[in-house]
Ligand binder design. Structure first.
Ligand SMILES: [Zn+2]
Length: 430
């Protein structure tokens, strides 16, 4: 396949080059060539003369099946939201619900330019089915908590999942304890052993709320990051979701050990958790990427929207903080690095996976263009998110704004049918 005459190519390579009027040759799942006038004979051609092409985006923290719970509850703090709304709804959930929730969430992500997502949740084998069917790329982990006494079952399931998905298409397995307030020390340690044995990331919610920090300090004398560092859990494979209440010493530890922080600005705002000090993290050399968290606390999975909110949130007192390029890095190369996939995705370079997104250059919100900086500015501040085409692993999965592998109206009907059983909790069924 060849993407021909690309109007602007946002490479996100080491020099952050934006190229004009170039072609991309895709062979199999990889980018095999980038240049002008590449020979198109014998290849399927996508005309990109009116397109901006960029790397597919990385949603670095989500629970995709929770798309099923979009709009189920608003106006609650995280702890009330979880205990009163989400945990009871999840008790009603089965594998088929998780599968359809995942299809709904993935379809939305593909149409808004996300080509890779990082997930922790239950029924991960069914989420994996949805990943395979839609053609997206994902880092998947069975989330583990043990506060209810059922930890062993979940640990075994998590381990089975990692073993089964060691070498499976666009799926990479990971290890994911839920958080220090739901998972015991023994389980946190045991899971780290598996992360080391299978060489996969260790993904955990960290310092999402002030209460999480206070409770951890009361019980252990340490913040969540210090507590986990004292067990040797923090290293380059450590993915800390949220990091809203990180202390100075926490940032020092993350910077020293090479852990990543995933910023989820919308979920943090919506649940009243607070605002992570992202500029400080960036300044001190911590790798920061962006996630949407689940759709129940967002309530969409559109990373372009998330990016604009992230940028504005940190400019609120000083417009010099976080440039449009910083935010684009978080959506692409930093996300790839957090997931341990920096050699495969995150930028448009020869030898990397062909995970690409095209944006209509003639769309109103993309015009006018004040040079290369203006182009990035339009992508972060103005473009609403609906992309033209999405390629993952060299396959076209969105064409002309429509998903290729899913019957979208049929999916919506299925999802509506499955959510009736949750309606008791949220009011009158529609
Ligand atoms: Zn989360």
């Amino acid at each position: 396949m060849i993407l021909k005459n690309i109007r602007y190519l946002v490479t996100q390579n080491a020099d952050r080059q934006v190229l004009e009027n170039v072609d991309i040759l895709v062979e199999g799942d990889e980018i095999a060539g980038i240049g002008r006038g590449l020979d198109a004979r014998g290849h399927d051609v996508i005309d990109c003369s009116r397109k901006v092409v960029m790397p597919g985006l990385v949603n670095a923290h989500t629970h995709v099946s929770m798309a099923l719970f979009r709009g189920i509850s608003d106006n609650k703090l995280l702890e009330n939201w979880l205990e009163e709304e989400i945990f009871p709804a999840e008790e009603e959930m089965d594998g088929e619900d998780a599968y359809y929730g995942a299809l709904l969430g993935i379809t939305e992500m593909l149409k808004t330019g996300t080509t890779t997502f990082n997930d922790m949740y239950g029924y991960m084998d069914r989420v994996a089915d949805a990943v395979d069917e839609t053609g997206i790329r994902a880092l998947l982990a069975r989330g583990v908590l043990d506060m209810d006494g059922n930890g062993r079952e979940r640990i075994d399931e998590a381990l089975e999942f990692v073993k089964e998905y060691q070498d499976h298409g666009t799926i990479e397995p990971a290890i994911a304890p839920h958080a220090v307030y739901t998972t015991s020390e023994g389980t946190l340690r045991e899971l780290k052993d598996y992360s080391r044995i299978f060489d996969c990331p260790y993904h955990v919610h960290v310092s999402e709320t002030e209460r999480e920090n206070e409770d951890c300090i009361e019980e252990t004398g340490l913040t969540p990051v210090q507590y986990m560092d004292s067990m040797g859990l923090v290293d380059e494979d450590f993915i800390a979701a949220h990091g809203v209440w990180l202390t100075d010493e926490d940032v020092e530890i993350l910077s020293r050990e090479g852990g990543s922080v995933i910023h989820n600005p919308v979920a943090n705002l919506k649940l009243g958790s607070g605002i992570a000090d992202v500029p400080e993290l960036v300044e001190r050399g911590v790798n920061v990427a962006i996630g949407t968290d689940g759709a129940a606390s967002n309530n969409n999975l559109n990373l372009f929207e998330e990016a604009k909110i992230a940028a504005l949130l940190h400019k609120r007192n000083d417009p010099r903080r976080l440039t449009e390029q910083d935010v684009l890095d978080m959506l692409t190369v930093n996300g790839a690095k957090a997931l341990g996939l920096e050699d495969e995705i995150g930028s448009v370079q020869i030898g990397k996976k062909a995970d690409l997104v095209t944006v209509d250059f003639d769309e109103l919100s993309m015009n006018p263009v004040y040079g290369k900086r203006g182009l990035i500015s339009n992508l972060i501040y103005s473009f609403p998110g609906k992309v033209s085409d999405t390629l993952v692993d060299g396959e076209v999965v969105v064409r002309g704004g429509e998903v290729v592998n899913i019957d979208e109206s049929g999916l919506v009907r299925k999802v509506r049918g499955r959510t009736r059983k949750f309606d008791d909790r949220s009011g009158t069924p529609i």
